[in-house]
Design a binder for this molecule. Sequence first.
Ligand code: C2E
Ligand code: CA
Ligand code: CA
Ligand code: CA
Length: 279
Amino acid sequence: AKRAGRGVYRFYTESLTTAAQSRLALDTRLRRALENKEFVLWYQPLYRLADRCLIGLEALVRLNQPGLPPIGPAEFIPLLEETGQITTLGAWVTQEACRQGRAWLDEGLDFGRIAINLSPQEIRRGQTDERVREALERSGLPAERLELELTESGLMEQGERAEAFLHRLRALGVRLAIDDFGTGYSSLAYLKRFPVSKLKIDRSFVRDLPADANDAQLVQTMVSMGRNLGISVLAEGVETEAQFDYLRSLGCDAAQGYFFSPPRPADEARHWLRPLAAA
Ligand code: C2E
Ligand code: CA
Ligand code: CA
Ligand code: CA
C-alpha cells in the first residue's frame, strides 16, 4: 500500500510539473506574440436570414506563427485573462478591427458592421470605453460600424457595473450585442435596461435543431423575447440547411456558422463584401 501510495504521489507531482511547465511555455509565447504583434484577426460572416444579405463580420483572434503549431482563442484567452494581459490583446484587437474596417471602406467595400469580442475583465477595468473611443478616432471608422460582443455570463457577473459600462459605450455610438445568449441566466429586468441591439443565441441551442423539441422551444422563446424587446436575434453555429430553414421560419433575424463559412483571413473575407452604395 505504501509503495502504491508513493507511486501515486510521484505521478501527481510529475503531472503538476508538466502542467505548470506547459503553462509557463504558453505564457512566454503569448507575451512575445503580444510584444511583436503576431496575432491576427480572422473574420466570419453574419447573414440576414430573410434575404441572405451580409450584415456584418465577427473578428476572431488567431495566433499562427511560422514554425509553431497554431493555437486558438479557446486555448489562450483564459490564460491571458488570468495574467491580466487580456486588456493588452483587447486594445490591439480593437485597433486592428477599426483599421481593417476603415481600409475596406476606403476601397469602396461594404462589410456592414465589424463585431469584436470583449472579455468580462474588460468590463471591470476602467479604460475600455476610452480605448474604444481612441481606436475609432484614430482609424476614422464611423462608430455605428463597430459592434461589441459581451457574453451574457460576463455581464451578469458584473451586475450594476455592467449597466453603467454599456451606457458609456452606447454613448460613443457603437452597437452592443449579448454573446452566448441563453447560457448566463440573465433576468428580463436586466435585459430591458441594457442598451443592446442584438442577442446572439449560443450554438448549444442550435446544434440539435430542428429535431430536438426542447431546443426548438427555447429558441422560439428567445426569438420572441427579442422581438418583444425590439432587439435583433442572431443564431450562432448554424451548420446545416435544415437549421437555416428552420430558423428563418421562426422569424430569427440573422445567423452565422459553418453553413455559410468558417472564419477566414481578411484577404479572403474581402470577397464577401459588396460595393458601398454611393453616399
Ligand atoms: P464566440 O465569440 O462565441 O465565437 C464563436 C466561435 O464559434 C468561434 O470560435 C467560431 O470559429 C466558432 N464557430 C463559428 N461557427 C461555428 C459553427 O458553425 N460550428 C462550430 N462548432 N463552431 C463555430 P473561435 O474563433 O475558436 O473563438 C472561441 C472564443 O474565443 C469566442 O467565442 C470568443 O469567446 C473568444 N474570442 C475569440 N476572439 C476573441 C477576441 O478577440 N477577444 C476576446 N476577448 N475573446 C475572443
Ligand atoms: Ca462572439
Ligand atoms: Ca458566441
Ligand atoms: Ca440539445
